[in-house]
Design a protein around this ligand. Structure first.
Ligand SMILES: C[S@@+](CC[C@H](N)C(=O)[O-])C[C@H]1O[C@@H](n2cnc3c(N)ncnc32)[C@H](O)[C@@H]1O
Length: 240
């Protein structure tokens, strides 16, 4: 499914429907399909926020809140988890019922491109596997900058295209041919996993993502590949 020709509202509707349909199987498939490495990526993302001003952290496109939990455990900050898919948030809320950190995570159903928060409110912001899903990622980045305090840090975890052809060829075969079959059987929505492959291919390369962060005002910005370049971690600070 190629969403690049969709208008903004159509893409939003499509993305929200796809995540609603895979909610119950989302975490399981993530762990199985990444062999558990996704948890290590999230730990690195949370650690990128170790030097931030006092205050809460905003986890955008939080889904079933796997990163929100890791942030609270790694850096001990309260987290606001925002997503526009209510089913994903409800699943996440159920998941932490009775846990020690239950009260440390609060929930907002909202749009990451129009964040319902005051300017300069958050000490840190994160978005894991979410920027690629936004209908207008640049607009989302402007919003992330707006809600961060001066000195606050944004950490973005996102899929990218591995550069080494020896790895990239079998990886894209897996992504385009095998993953939709497994994802389709387990979640019941093969199209959601076809969309995953096509959205990874359509997403801009790391240098361009960094330029978009720069355009939003972040400075300095750094980015680094993880696991053969399957994902990149981008970190940008709102100047003090
Ligand atoms: C791939 S999931 C990522 C979930 C989680 N961050 C993780 O690490 O697994 C992407 C999430 O982005 C959400 N999303 C996509 N576009 C959004 C938008 N414009 N505003 C808020 N949430 C959005 C989807 O509903 C979905 O839950």
């Amino acid at each position: 499914m190629n969403t690049s020709k969709m208008d903004r509202e159509t893409k939003k509707l499509f993305v929200r429907q796809k995540f609603t349909s895979v909610t119950n199987r989302y975490d399981l498939l993530n762990t199985v399909l990444s062999l558990g490495i996704d948890h290590l990526w999230r730990i690195q993302t949370a650690k990128a926020l170790s030097d931030i001003p006092p205050g809460p952290v905003l986890d955008l496109c939080a889904g079933t809140i796997p990163l929100s939990i890791v942030i609270n455990r790694q850096i001990g900050r309260p987290v606001v988890a925002l997503d526009f898919c209510l089913d994903m948030l409800i699943y996440g809320k159920e998941r932490i019922k009775g846990a020690r950190w239950e009260k440390e995570i609060s929930f907002i159903q909202g749009d990451a491109e129009e964040i319902p928060a005051k300017e300069r409110h958050f000490a840190g912001a994160t978005i894991a596997f979410g920027l690629r899903n936004l209908a207008d990622p640049q607009r989302g980045l402007f919003e992330m900058y707006r809600v961060l305090k001066p000195g606050g840090v944004l950490a973005i975890l996102e899929f990218s295209r591995p550069q080494n052809p020896l790895f990239a060829t079998p990886y894209f075969f897996y992504l385009e041919k095998i993953l939709p079959i497994i994802g389709g059987i387990v979640s019941g929505d093969r199209e959601a996993y076809e969309y995953l492959a096509s959205s990874i291919k359509a997403f801009p390369p790391p240098q361009e993502v960094a330029k978009m962060m720069e355009k939003a005002g972040f400075n300095p910005i750094s980015f680094r590949p993880m696991t053969f370049g399957i994902v990149h971690l981008y970190v940008g600070r709102r100047p003090a």
